[in-house]
Design a protein around this ligand. Structure first.
Ligand code: ATP
Ligand code: MG
Length: 273
């Protein structure tokens, strides 16, 4: 902005500032994921799925987003990943403004409930396209580098070598889950958004996998935004819990803060569910 333009910027709506070439800056210390006044409306005449939503996830933090069905949780994740674009507001990842950065180039890894594995590809094949090597093949990594990297991640997620030749349809829910985690981890990205990734598991596998997700997050020093319906899961996993309702943030805080100082009766209701 040219000198002397300051008074002008105060009068301009945000979108005009954009046109004037001003790039939004992340607030001080917002190195993880930061959403600022983000709104997304899918259908005109309907309430927005996400409404003036502001949330900061510190670098290295594990944030769990909870709320009932239709609250807008998946939409928040999709906005962070770049699978949807906001109607208003700013999204920052790693301190960078990413509103205009396409999906796949934001350094955000996404894990869906459906796992979204490629059914026709093997679990792992370093030489050819496979579920785990796919992102590295796309980046044209050398065979040697792919070998080292995939060996490291499959060990970390506890994926047995005997499963490498199988296709996703031949795996159990927990094994498929490990493949999805390994695929998300092979690239160097350290920001993860996970949309109810453990829902397809039975209760025992789910509890086990939950601790592994948290262990991996800690080991990688990742920043994670994790969506669940299950408040016990949220309490077990989260550094902080964000409660969402009707597209808006109701409260964010540690489990203790939410318990002791609920901002709304809905928070107490949710914690006691
Ligand atoms: N592509 C779309 N087109 C139109 N409306 C949509 C679209 N995606 C989501 N919505 C609407 O936006 C609102 C929020 O949806 P979202 O999927 O974010 O909720 P959610 O909190 O993830 O719910 P659930 O817990 O059931 O997964 C819902 O009313 C939904 O119907
Ligand atoms: Mg959802």
């Amino acid at each position: 902005m040219a000198l002397g333009d300051e008074h002008l910027s105060e009068q301009l709506p945000r979108n005009d500032l954009r046109r004037a070439g001003e790039r939004p800056r992340a607030p001080e210390g917002a190195g993880g994921i930061h959403l600022s006044h983000v709104t997304k409306q899918f259908l005109s005449g309907q309430p927005p799925a996400v409404n003036d939503f502001t949330l900061s996830i510190e670098e290295g933090a594990f944030m769990v987003l909870v709320g009932e069905s239709g609250a807008g949780k998946s939409t928040v994740l999709r906005l962070v990943a770049g699978l949807e674009s906001p109607d208003a507001g700013d999204i920052f990842v790693g301190g960078q403004w990413v509103n205009e950065v396409p999906v796949g180039k934001r350094g955000v890894q996404v894990i869906f409930q459906s796992l979204a594995l490629w059914p026709h590809l093997k679990v792992l094949d370093e030489e050819h396209l496979s579920n785990i090597s796919f992102p590295l093949k796309m980046r044209r990594w050398s065979l040697q580098r792919i070998r080292e990297r995939t060996l490291d991640v499959t060990r970390r997620v506890g994926l047995q070598e005997t499963l490498f030749d199988r296709k996703p349809g031949e795996l159990s829910g927990g094994e498929g889950q490990r493949v999805a985690l390994a695929r998300a981890m092979v690239t160097d990205s350290n920001v993860y958004v996970m949309d109810e990734p453990l829902n397809s598991l039975d209760p025992i596998a789910r509890t086990k996998m939950r601790s592994e997700v948290r262990r991996l997050h800690d080991e990688l020093g990742a920043t994670t935004l994790f969506v669940t319906h299950d408040i016990r899961e949220a309490l077990a996993l989260a550094d902080q819990i964000a409660v969402m309702r009707n597209g808006s943030l109701v409260q964010v805080g540690t489990a203790d803060t939410l318990r002791n100082y609920p901002a709304d009766p809905y928070v107490t209701e949710l914690l006691n569910a």
